[in-house]
Write a protein that binds this ligand. Sequence first.
Ligand code: AMP
Ligand code: MG
Length: 333
Amino acid sequence: MDTRLLTAEPDDMRLAADIIGAGGLVAFPTETVYGLGGDAMNPMAASLIYEAKGRPADNPLIVHIADLQQASELAESLPLSFYALAERFWPGPLTMVVPKKPCVPDATTGGLPTVALRMPDHPTALELIRLAATPIAAPSANISGRPSPTRWEHVRDDLAGRIDAIIASGPSAGGIESTVLDLTGPDPVILRPGLIGPQDIERVLDRPVRYDPALADTEERHGAPKAPGMKYRHYAPSADMIVFRGEPEATVQAIEQRREREQKAGRKVGVLVYSGTENRLIAREFFSGLREMDETGVDLILAAAVSEEDPIGFSIMNRMLKAAGYRIEEVGV
Ligand code: AMP
Ligand code: MG
């Protein structure tokens, strides 16, 4: 399949919308990462998304909408908290999980009785949804397991020949995927950390919001330094990766020592250290940093952990530890 490179000009946008309408796949920019879009109401299109990405069929897709009317067409019911959060954070990097209506295909939700909804904060994404006149199911536009794409070139590198078109635009401003919030239980639960944190949500809802316990990266849960390639590896570069965590100076020292040792042993080593950089900027550059490491052909990436005190740092560490298959060296303990 020839993958067309499109712009956000009107003729190209019309073509992109027609491709979606015909059941095809178009990658498009959003403010988080690039998405791989197909008609959310067409089970064949949803299946094509899984096939193009090599994504396990039980991992549900986020459905992107352009107005609240679409939300009520897809959701069986919408709690008041949904409206309050939509009012505050949409369009934006918050995905809300709500009970689905029967019209939403099982292929889109991975067989779940719920649907994940998001209104992206990107003019091109919103225009594509409006022109296609249908909600657009869109996971990140990468091969499953690889770092998420924050530039159109990343999409091309992973998916050229496997999808109909890419709308090429600038780099994604956020750099990591949306916060996923489950609104179907008695209390709201964050299933995936993102730029919007629990406290931001608590301030709107005036009630406690917690992270899903499965997000804890404790050693008890995942075990101390583990071999790479274990089942948790995700967002992963081709190179092996180890995360060093501890007091900043000691961490840099430990990384330097390890680098020397590995280089003497003949390995090509890349180092990812972001000292003195704001977490928001690190989030923006994190995935492209991993891809660049791979392009330089390193065998091993040594990365310094970032501060997890704010929700953005927590989200970066969630991705970093998955990318490393939970190989962590605690420095100075
Ligand atoms: P991606 O689009 O590749 O960034 O991944 C979408 C994320 O949203 C995954 O973590 C999914 O598990 C999550 N997700 C999508 N739909 C649902 C749903 N109905 N219930 C719970 N999580 C969901
Ligand atoms: Mg993804």
